[in-house]
Write a protein that binds this ligand. Structure first.
Ligand code: AMP
Ligand code: MN
Ligand code: MN
Ligand code: MN
Length: 293
């Protein structure tokens, strides 16, 4: 039987009034391309009702984002994406619902940003060696927060300097282990990051588990180490996951009794896998990380 127009209208109403979560994105406070208020406005325009701003290793975008969220009637979740080192891999841990004033969190993130400034100089020196003269100055024209220079900023500068056509290609040829412009860096440990997130009253989430170059066995070890440290959730529906990876990490979340998070990992209109609010939903049976918010 065809669905009546009334039913269809009711259904569409339900869909449009349903809360919509995007719990991972970036602004110019780290390596995103839009200022915090514009990220919030774009999320709102895309139908997002609850947005976590999760800039890398800092919280400085939150006041502007919060003001914009209040003006638009959107719920902002204070967050950050912390760079950590585990088993010689660089892993990202998202902290959600963190208290931005917490001294342990603030001091920990301050320390990471200080380390990043030094890393940027070492990356630039390596790229100078392979002929990218003036790379640091060009990179800095893309940086919104001088305390937060990311490889994404170097990648944009390398595109401008003609090294590659697109940012995505840069990471295949530069800035990654074994390639020019890669420098090893001592990020904090998983234990330190979880300590800060828990001290700040937040929930720790392993970001985009499908992006790490680890075997399933090693990823399982990461999940166990994370759980032993009080980690509670993994990003299941990430903008950087394929539908198959979303299904897989949905099963993993259930296996390890993790809650599931969802987020676009939006950086900018032309650069990201998906736009704000456009990641796929969590698979059936995965407990959402926002369950008790
Ligand atoms: P960093 O935290 O400075 O090491 O830089 C990591 C950032 O580089 C990530 O947050 C992304 O924004 C970007 N990035 C890393 N790998 C890729 C990739 N394969 N494609 C596009 N962007 C990437
Ligand atoms: Mn980034
Ligand atoms: Mn990340
Ligand atoms: Mn991210």
């Amino acid at each position: 039987m065809p669905i009546s127009q009334t039913h269809k209208a009711e259904f569409m109403n339900l869909v449009s009034s349903a809360p919509k979560y995007d719990l991972h994105c970036h602004s110019t406070a780290s390596d995103g391309m839009l200022p915090p208020a514009e990220v919030v406005a774009r999320a709102h325009a895309n139908g997002v009702t609850t947005l976590a701003l999760t800039d890398h290793d800092g919280l400085s975008g939150l006041p502007e984002a919060q003001a914009a969220a209040v003006a638009l009637g959107l719920t902002l979740v204070p967050g950050t994406e912390i760079s950590v080192e585990w088993n010689d891999h660089s892993v990202h841990i998202v902290g959600l619902q963190v208290d931005p004033q917490n001294p342990a969190m603030v001091a920990g993130l301050d320390g990471i940003r200080i380390g990043r400034a030094n890393r940027a100089e070492r990356i630039a020196a390596e790229l100078e060696k392979v002929g990218f003269h003036g790379i640091l100055a060009t990179t800095m024209t893309y940086v919104g927060n001088p305390e937060l220079v990311s490889r994404a900023h170097f990648a944009r500068a390398l595109v401008e300097m003609g090294a590659c056509r697109e940012v995505k290609q840069v990471f295949d040829r530069y800035l990654t282990p074994g390639k020019p412009g890669y420098v090893p860096h001592p990020w904090p440990s998983l234990a330190e990051a979880l300590g800060w997130i828990r001290a700040a009253g937040g929930v720790a989430v392993i970001a985009h588990p499908g992006r790490y170059r680890m075997s399933n066995k090693e990823l399982g070890q990461l999940f166990e180490a994370f759980r032993d440290l009080g980690g509670e959730a993994i990003e299941v529906a990430s903008g950087s996951h394929t539908p198959e990876q979303i299904a897989h990490f949905g099963r993993q979340a259930r296996h390890y009794a993790f809650m599931g998070s969802q987020g676009s990992d939006f950086h900018g209109p032309d650069e990201s896998y998906v736009d704000l609010g456009r990641s796929l939903p969590l698979p059936e049976g995965v407990i959402p990380v926002w369950n008790n918010w």
